[in-house]
Design a protein around this ligand. Sequence first.
Ligand code: KG4
Ligand code: ZN
Length: 334
Amino acid sequence: MKDINILAIETSCDETSIAIIKNGNEVVAISILTQMDTHAKFGGVVPEIASRMHTENITMVLEDVMNKADMKISDIDAIAVTYKPGLMGSLLVGIEFAKTLAYVYNKPLIKVNHLIGHIYANAINNKLEFPLLALVVSGGHTELVIMKDDYQFELLGSTLDDAIGEAFDKVARILNIPYPGGPGIEKLALQGKCTYELPKPVMDNSYNFSYSGLKSYIINLVHNETQRGNIIRQADLACSFQTVAVDELARKLELAIKNTGIKNVIIAGGVSANKYLRNEITKVIERNSAKVSIPEFKYCTDNAAMIGAAAYPLYLKKEFADYSLNAESQANIV
Ligand code: KG4
Ligand code: ZN
């Protein structure tokens, strides 16, 4: 069969990324331009600045990826783009760019859900084995789903309030750790001990999650202790937070493995870059004689390679979008 090269575009938040993916699993070339340093000055992503920067940079990112791949647009079989969820203005820049390329070069257009993209980051240099349990942990989502086949999802549970990545970012903010907070908390936690007693974000034995109680407890604790003139042991607090937050994920995942009997597990989303999480999940996997796939570090956070990987099954099914494609800011996997 002829090789299929998909040009994929990701602009849902603060990374402008374009990649060329061959046959859904090989990264021919990728370019990622992060705006992190700009947004860090404001303590979080400023949507208006994000979309302006995507507009400024996207054509150069395309040029860079085409040069790296040493390919022309005529070598490309389809154009894929993230259309939900994300920041409205940021998504629109990528969508409009993708539509223009598809129209001018007469290529099919494929719309990709960003969260499904995170899942398919596990298909890069790898083959997904169904049925599988997918745990998606990102800045906006915490979801546990069963995947019976390509694009066949069944939701087991999700967060009832804050996503785990959001909790990492908010706790980081109160500890004056620069945005994005997740990596900063992880680094700080390595220097501390888990000496703070924190409320466990335990819901019940459903597969749902809740992180706002834990986040608010920490914010109140820091305010109260600071007002009393007491010192916050930052590294110990980061360690205690990371432990309770991640342990709950591991507990729910183990419950799902036991109850469903599904032994193939994949982890997806930015928080899967966290090494404590990777270790704890590995323990669950070993205890249950299961198998786990976690994307390479560079494909855990936002990137266009995962969008190209997620677009490939849609290309095979000829599920193409038309030129009326629009952005949606909110979305889940199912
Ligand atoms: O998947 P992602 O890049 O963007 C979304 O789709 O949301 O995830 C970003 C989230 C942020 O909340 C960030 O703090 C978190 O992933 N994150 C981490 C780590 N690296 C990124 N959280 C904990 N530990 C990390 N090493
Ligand atoms: Zn993401």
